[in-house]
Design a protein around this ligand. Structure first.
Ligand code: EPZ
Length: 426
């Protein structure tokens, strides 16, 4: 497993410009959506992250052909050669479940490994399954696999008992080719869901209420090809905004859609961070940290609330605040795995059920730590940047799932950070 080594500085002084990559959580459903048509789909602003290569391997196994030129992907599935998403793929990436809806809609059959739990909680997919059953699919669970069949899906009225990003995405894709109208209520409003729906409409889907809690989808017989831009990754952008909040210099982020980050920007500004959109250039934001960081209580919630995917990163900032902050995680049942590692770096955090009580300001000192999931890994990088001395982060493959060349982007800002490849590890 690869490691990242950081020589931190409690008075962080980074400066320069970073380009934010395309959104992992937008490109994964968009790639799955390409199963819905025999024609070619062209996707631009692709993030070159591990999860993209994982889903492309899965897609090739299903019969897709693709070519990736820099950040542009052409993908086409002329015919479905297999309808199985193996445990190997699902274990590597839970988002593999997003092929379930499209396979059922296009092909009438899907065998998808049941995703297990993961470092951030149990993460069932009951809402996906109930919705597809209402649309006429017969689904059984055998030996850890979902066996789903549907001669032809039909429209249905479905209300999600809780907001689910993947569930909304799976069902809106399935409904696009179902016979009749499907009404989805209590849909997730995340920008990634909107970006997917915009792609589906370009492919010929009939969707009303995009970006609203109720969507109406009139199924069509066929969907066609499309050319589509993936939105910037708001969580990578948010992560770099926290770098800026911890930093005494000024950094510039290109490719940021601030409207996707309003609650994060608001919380950072309340804590004293200076965040300014560049008046001359779209999607460019400058960020500068303050010498005194004010504590902020945060509760994660579905979009447009404070994103759970920013919880670990914001927690690191709160370790440097002058006072106590309460971080409440409402989306996942075990998303504090970063806390034990932050304690090793000198943080003062106590976890009680769904809350992390963060006491600051605590100077951090470098140590060897272990990454456990994607966003926990990001929080350890942030902590390493401001810890005195050397921090070594193990198992950084987690980080590579969702951040494109993060150490190169940080190094370009002046951070003392390097990746230690396996063969170099003494
Ligand atoms: C998506 O995961 C994102 N992943 C996650 O980002 C993100 O944290 C999450 O949405 C936020 O809601 C992708 O888009 C690939 P959910 P998803 O279905 O779709 C429960 C990252 O770091 N639930 O919205 O799997 C579930 O257990 C990742 O980039 C059910 O109970 O999340 C959770 O508590 C991590 N039954 C809550 O709903 C279901 O059928 C939200 O899950 C589905 C979900």
């Amino acid at each position: 497993m690869a490691k990242i080594k950081i020589l931190g500085n409690q008075q962080l002084r980074l400066s320069g410009t970073v380009k934010i990559s395309g959104a992992k959580n937008a490109v994964l459903p968009a790639i799955a959506a390409s199963l819905l048509t025999k024609e070619a789909i062209y996707l631009h602003n692709i993030p070159l992250v591990k999860d993209v290569f994982t889903i492309l391997t899965l897609m090739r196994g299903l019969g897709a052909e693709y070519s990736l030129e820099k950040e542009s992907l052409t993908i086409q599935t002329r015919s479905i050669l297999s309808d199985e998403a193996s445990y190997e793929h699902v274990r590597a990436m839970r988002a593999s479940i997003l092929v379930l809806g499209p396979l059922l809609a296009r092909h009438g059959k899907a065998i998808v490994a049941l995703p297990g739990g993961c470092a951030i909680g149990s993460r069932p997919i009951d809402l996906h399954i109930h919705g597809l059953e209402k649309m006429g699919a017969s689904i059984s669970l055998e030996h850890g696999y979902i066996h789903a069949h549907a001669k032809k899906l039909h429209g249905a009225e479905i209300e999600f008992e809780k907001k689910t990003v993947g569930g909304t995405e799976n069902l809106v894709m399935a409904a696009s080719l179902a016979r009749g109208e499907t009404i989805l209520r209590n849909c997730s409003l995340e920008p990634e869901v909107v970006n997917l729906c915009q792609l589906l409409v370009k492919m010929g889907a009939k969707i009303e209420g995009i970006g609203e809690e109720t969507m109406r989808i009139k199924g069509v017989d066929d969907l066609g090809g499309a050319d589509h831009e993936i939105i910037p990754d708001r969580i990578e952008a948010g992560t770099f905004l926290v770098v800026g909040a911890l930093n005494q210099g000024e950094i510039t982020l290109e490719g940021v859609q601030p409207e996707h980050l309003t609650t994060v920007i608001e919380k950072l500004r309340f804590s004293g961070t200076e965040i300014l959109a560049d008046p001359q250039r779209d999607n460019v934001v400058k960020v500068k940290g303050s010498a005194e960081i004010k504590p902020q209580d945060v509760t994660t919630s579905p979009y447009p609330g404070f994103p759970t995917d920013m919880q670990a990163q914001f927690t690191v900032l709160m370790t440097q605040a002058e006072g106590t902050s309460i971080i409440t995680e409402t989306i996942f049942d075990r998303r504090f795995s970063h806390v034990n590692e932050l304690l090793r770096l000198g943080a003062n955090i106590e976890v009680f059920q769904d809350k992390a009580i963060v006491k600051g300001k605590t100077p951090l000192s470098g140590a060897e730590v272990i990454a456990s999931d994607l966003r926990a890994s990001a929080s350890l990088v942030l902590a390493g940047l401001i810890a005195s001395g050397e921090t070594v982060i193990n198992d950084v493959e987690h980080l590579d799932r969702g951040y494109e060349k993060i150490e190169e982007k940080l190094k370009s800002l002046g951070a003392q950070i390097e990746r230690i490849k396996n063969e170099e590890i003494s």
